[in-house]
Design a protein around this ligand. Structure first.
Ligand SMILES: Nc1ncnc2c1ncn2[C@@H]1O[C@H](Cn2cc(CNC(=O)c3cc([N+](=O)[O-])cc(O)c3O)nn2)[C@@H](O)[C@H]1O
Ligand SMILES: [Mg+2]
Length: 216
């Protein structure tokens, strides 16, 4: 029953009730409908999601990292744009959210392209090479705790997980805001940064995505 359920569980119930199994776009549309008209949730959403789609299409990543899976909305959105042999690694440390995300990802039929890793990003980033055979990430989507964006970016640099041309795409750089991260990528000679203005998911509040190319 839905009484006593969590918001992610209610989102999953909506997906299993309304979305077509195996159809990623229908899962994405169902979550957007639910979160716009029933209850707000912190998915990247349809407006910023379209910007995310265009960057995934432009970059065509073979190996991609997402920080902050939550219900798997952006995981499904991204995976549906990837070719069959590409891999999306997604990190989530909240086991309840990870459990929901696994089911959303399976319902969408994109589980073959996704590796969901449970645990804190700070622990897992240093283990990416040895545990998952990652050489470097072509594209990283940052959407987890805002005060982790900068330390995790520095950690990826230190672990040699970024190569010349690797792209960081950060959600919420205006709302809730990631001031230290923005100052770093916009001020560092090692990044070429660009702001894509948009709105906070399902609202008219300003927010946007920051795209930063690592120059090596
Ligand atoms: N170091 C971490 N490692 C792995 N997963 C993490 C970490 N920090 C948070 N998470 C997970 O990200 C998921 C989603 N999440 C994202 C945030 C941070 N994002 C926001 O707080 C946010 C907040 C708003 N908002 O308040 O309007 C809008 C957004 O788009 C947001 O992404 N907090 N939890 C959660 O399941 C959490 O367990
Ligand atoms: Mg976000």
């Amino acid at each position: 029953t839905l009484t006593g359920s969590t918001r992610p569980e209610r989102i999953l119930a909506a997906v299993q009730r309304k979305a077509t199994k195996g159809d990623a776009r229908s899962v994405v549309n169902t979550i957007d409908q639910y979160c716009r008209y029933q209850e707000w949730a912190m998915n990247v959403g349809d407006e910023k999601g379209a910007i995310l789609d265009s960057i995934v299409c432009e970059v065509k990543p073979s190996v991609m990292l997402e920080l902050g899976t939550y219900c798997g909305y952006s995981t499904v959105r991204i995976a549906s744009m990837l070719p069959p042999n590409a891999r999306l690694l997604t990190l989530e440390f909240n086991p309840a959210y990870a459990a929901v995300a696994r089911q959303v990802i399976a319902w969408a039929g994109v589980e073959d392209k996704v590796v969901l890793i449970e645990g804190p990003s700070g622990d897992w980033i240093p283990k990416m090479k040895e545990e998952f055979g990652v050489t470097s990430f072509d594209l990283v989507f940052l959407d987890h705790w805002k005060d982790r964006y900068l330390p995790d970016t520095k950690l990826m640099e230190e672990c040699g997980l970024l190569r010349t041309g690797s792209i960081l795409l950060a959600d919420n750089v205006i709302c809730p805001g990631t001031p230290e991260y923005l100052e770093y990528v916009r001020g560092s000679p090692r990044y070429e940064s660009k702001y894509f203005r948009s709105h906070l998911e399902y609202t008219r509040v300003e927010d946007g995505l920051e795209k930063s190319v690592f120059l090596g």
